[in-house]
Ligand binder design. Structure first.
Ligand code: NAP
Length: 400
């Protein structure tokens, strides 16, 4: 029985709290759940929802994860065995340091990114491997959907469907409509930094760079979604997958965007509103993308108004018994069904469920191994089993 501290009470944090409560009821794996962020009222609102829906009590606390003393005091006070970090990627290293100092396991859903540069890489977190190993603690990186489930999908296909993989395309479709002129489905600052960065894919042992949103393709999604235009982006799971999947010749990541989203983004970019460099305005420094984020709808507020589905999966080509084989492994998730179940839209849901499952597998000891790990480095089977149990059933089909 583990004592878990969730840091971050946005769209994702609220789903993690719900799903931990569900797992606590089903299996007793979590003895105590605490939800913390800087704004206590958001934690309290989420905790009240969990109590009302599941009858499970979630403790709340205020914490500024940029402040080490704050983190130490809270982890000690709640006696956390595992810290699930679903705040912003800027806080990852602080929270990892605090876990090491307090003897807690660590898990997150997005890799570290310095606040002043839109650049994410695993190198900063991979450097902690020796310290986590020495401390006998597990650090599990990127346990959301993408990264997260997409990594586990890749590992599962390699275990059960292919002997060799040559080509990997991760394709993320959000066919949801929130009816707002412009909004992002998760933290606006992180989302816009990701989408406006240069694209990058891996081919024959090298990274190839593309201009932002310069490459696109059409993909025919299942479950009634149909053909959608997808754009090549750089996404963090590519870095770990090309490191851990032997034999890969090409790895790419694609995401769908509506014309409306792209038009808004283009105009905002043209006028400098997506910039990350501070601008002096009326005597103070303002980071344009952060100011923009303050104007945009809170992703958590999109839950009640979002209709449609998400569909995220891996298209993988390789060899099985000497024959060429293509497989497509995916999950489809309905925004309205997620809202009915936990009060959040599908992007928060598809991130929060795997964050809970990673935490649960560490708590149970199934995925507990001292060091710093990416998701594809563990046995995928228990994770895949829990995905189906906790709301994200998946399909694997032969593809053309
Ligand atoms: N892997 C995936 O598939 C995937 C998909 C979507 C999102 N994500 C990641 O999930 C995370 C959460 O996303 P979200 O949509 O829930 O974001 P969000 O709605 O903006 O929520 C972020 C939460 O973090 C808290 N926070 C921010 N700075 C903090 C600090 N210094 N100390 C303590 N708490 C802090 C915020 O509350 P206060 O401001 O009140 O502190 C808020 O509760 C992000 O890192 C995002 O990149 C991963």
């Amino acid at each position: 029985m583990a004592n878990i501290l969730i840091i971050g009470a946005g769209g994702v944090g609220s789903v993690v709290a719900h799903k931990c409560a569900e797992a606590a009821k089903k299996t007793g794996v979590f003895e105590k759940i605490t939800l913390a962020a800087r704004t206590l009222s958001r934690c309290e609102k989420a905790a009240q929802n969990v109590q009302a829906r599941l009858g499970v009590s979630v403790g709340t606390a205020r914490v500024n994860a940029n402040n080490m003393q704050d983190l130490y005091s809270l982890i000690h006070a709640v006696k956390a065995d595992i810290v699930c970090n679903v705040a912003l990627p800027y806080q990852n290293l602080h929270i990892m340091d605090a876990c090491l100092a307090c003897g807690a396991h660590y898990i997150d859903t997005a890799n570290y990114e310095p606040e002043d540069t839109a650049k994410f890489e695993y190198k900063w977190q991979w450097k902690y491997a020796g310290r986590f190993r020495k401390a006998g603690l597990t650090s599990l990186l990127g346990s959301g959907f993408d990264p997260g489930v997409t990594n586990v999908f890749a590992a599962w296909v390699m275990k059960h469907k292919l002997d060799e993989v040559h080509v990997l395309d991760i394709i993320d479709c959000n066919d949801g409509d929130h009816g707002r002129p412009f909004a992002t489905n998760f933290n606006p600052e992180i989302n816009i930094r990701e989408v406006t960065a240069r694209g990058r894919y891996w081919e024959r042992g090298e990274w190839v760079k593309t201009d932002p949103l310069a490459w696109s393709m059409e993909y025919d999604f299942p479950d009634g979604i149909g053909r959608k235009k997808c754009f090549l982006l750089y996404h963090e799971e590519l870095e770990s997958l090309v490191t851990h999947l032997q034999g890969l010749r090409r790895a790419r990541f694609w995401m769908t965007f509506s014309e409306n989203y792209l038009n808004h983004l283009k105009v905002l970019g043209n006028v400098g509103m997506t910039g990350t460099t501070p601008v002096r305005f009326e005597g103070r420094d303002i980071v344009p993308v952060r100011f923009l984020a303050a104007l945009l709808p809170d992703p958590a507020s999109l839950g009640p108004v979002t209709r449609g589905k998400t569909c995220i999966g891996n298209l993988m080509r390789g060899l099985k018994d000497g024959q060429e084989k293509n497989v497509y492994i995916y999950n489809t998730c309905d925004h309205e069904a997620c809202f009915a179940e936990v009060g959040a839209q599908a992007v928060s849901y598809t991130t929060g469920v795997p964050a809970m499952i990673g935490t649960k597998l560490i708590a149970e000891g199934t995925w507990r191994r001292p060091g710093v790990w990416n998701m594809e480095q563990f046995d995928p089977d228990p994770f895949m089993h829990d995905l189906a149990t906790y709301g994200l059933p998946w399909q694997c089909v032969d593809a053309a």
